[in-house]
Design a protein around this ligand. Structure first.
Ligand code: ADP
Length: 433
């Protein structure tokens, strides 16, 4: 692509002395006549020669110095232009310069990556085919006013861009007006907006369901079941269940928001994983017994120490072991193993022998409110937030969750703490296999 903002728009200076004499021949002749007349009028010859010499020199040399200054200023404006073009190349957001005939003058590498490289003197529409963007370009060429539009691409993945077109102060080689088109990637911001909206919608829906049920029972007890003692007793039991469900949901939502606030603060303290996991098993044993599930722990005799927040890790292992007992109940057994890994790392695996999880669900399990089967989750007092909480806590601990599952054989949830590299990227907190 060539530099095409016009860099030589100024006239070429007339440099040679002969051409300058030619240009100023009339004033020179007039001055010579005046000099002759002055001599005849009695002026000394040296005075006449001096006066004529000063006049001619001023006439011939002054334009030359003016031209030199002009050439210098053209030179500096040329290098300024070049600098402007280099700035466009250095920008990390896609930028395309084009003229009023929509012929592309220059694009930076970010633009080449986004829309493809333009051949020399190609039209903007050779790579950008979106009617929304091309209409915007047409409008800005017509009005000369900067404007922007939002452009959404669905394939291969959903991407949002704010596309802006604005006139540039300068002319193209052909003397036409120049415009700049920029793309600002809004994908992450839009995704966050959507997640936030979905989250609020999901949370409201989850809260509204038990609330509607509570209101229904209250109305029934005020009306038709007013004097039915047996029905009232049964309804109170259901209402308590619904109220507890709302309380669990609110607790989980608060946990999530607290974790989000602390997401970038490294956890303080030291935790012995053997002690913590044993403590969680002890608290969950009554529930496991009720479900008819036997929990087995295999752990080293010596403490397995990691740096972390004990309360948060208790929450991680409670959620995972409780899920294994609830959803893997049919396997009647949950095996938990703690082991030390290389460079002071540690791994805890929680294995159940239940129905397992179909492959397509596995990558989405840590999404908020994602459940394989909503009714099963509700009947097991689930909120759909347990694994999202696990994910947040593990991210803060620079640990990974690995989920392996096979239909009919059960599931294994492994938590991996890497001791040697506590600064490992948190985005790698989950790994599904
Ligand atoms: P919930 O509160 O519904 O248990 P979680 O976030 O803890 O929410 O789990 C999300 C979903 O993952 C559950 O609804 C369930 O469908 C599935 N799940 C979690 N653990 C297991 C497991 N051990 N076996 C089978 N399915 C599981």
């Amino acid at each position: 692509m060539v530099d095409a903002i016009d860099e030589t728009a100024a006239d070429t200076p007339q440099d040679s002395l002969a051409s300058r004499v030619l240009t100023y021949r009339r004033p020179l002749v007039v001055a010579a006549v005046i000099a002759l007349l002055s001599m005849m009028a009695g002026l000394e010859i040296w005075q006449v020669i001096l006066g004529y010499g000063v006049f001619s020199a001023a006439l011939l040399v002054w334009p030359a110095s003016r031209a030199a200054t002009r050439a210098k200023s053209i030179g500096s404006s040329t290098s300024a232009r070049r600098r402007e073009l280099q700035i466009i190349d250095a920008l990390d957001f896609p930028t395309v310069l084009f003229d009023e005939d929509t012929v592309v003058i220059r694009q930076n590498s970010a633009a080449a990556t986004l829309v493809g490289a333009y051949p020399d003197r190609a039209a903007l529409s050779a790579r950008i085919r979106s009617p929304v963007i091309l209409e915007l370009v047409g409008r800005v060429i017509e009005t000369g006013q900067p404007e922007s539009v939002e452009h959404v691409e669905r394939v291969p993945s959903e991407r949002w861009h704010e596309v802006r077109v604005a006139p540039v102060d300068g002319r193209s080689e052909a003397g036409g007006r120049v415009f700049v088109l920029t793309f600002r990637d809004m994908t992450e911001a839009r995704r966050m907006d959507r997640m936030r909206t979905d989250f609020v919608a999901n949370a409201s829906h989850e809260l509204r369901t038990p609330l509607a049920s509570l209101m229904g029972f209250i109305e029934t007890m005020q009306g038709p079941a007013r004097n039915d003692e047996a029905a009232r007793t049964r309804f109170f039991g259901i209402m308590l269940d619904q109220a507890q469900r709302m309380a669990r949901l609110i607790d989980d939502l608060l946990s999530l928001s607290r974790l989000e606030l602390r997401a970038h603060v490294a956890p303080q303290g030291e935790v012995d994983l053997c002690h913590t996991v044993s403590h969680v098993i002890d608290t969950l044993r009554p529930m496991a017994d009720e479900l008819g599930v036997q929990i087995e722990l295999s752990a080293p005799a010596t403490p397995v120490l990691i740096s972390g927040d004990e309360d948060e890790l208790i929450q991680v292992f409670s959620n995972l072991i409780e899920n294994a007992c609830k959803y893997g109940q049919s396997g009647r057994k949950v095996d938990i193993a703690i082991s030390e890994t290389a460079a002071h790392g540690a791994e805890i695996t929680i294995r159940d022998y239940g129905p397992g999880i179909a492959k397509e669900h596995v990558p989405r399990l840590t999404e908020r409110f994602y459940r394989v089967d909503v009714e099963t989750s509700r009947s097991k007092k689930g909120t759909g937030l347990g694994l999202a909480i696990v994910k947040h806590i593990l991210t803060r601990h620079r640990a990974r969750l690995v989920i392996r599952s096979k239909l009919g054989e059960g599931s294994t949830f492994s938590v991996k703490f890497s001791g040697s590299n506590p600064g490992a990227p948190s985005s790698d907190a989950e790994l599904y296999q």
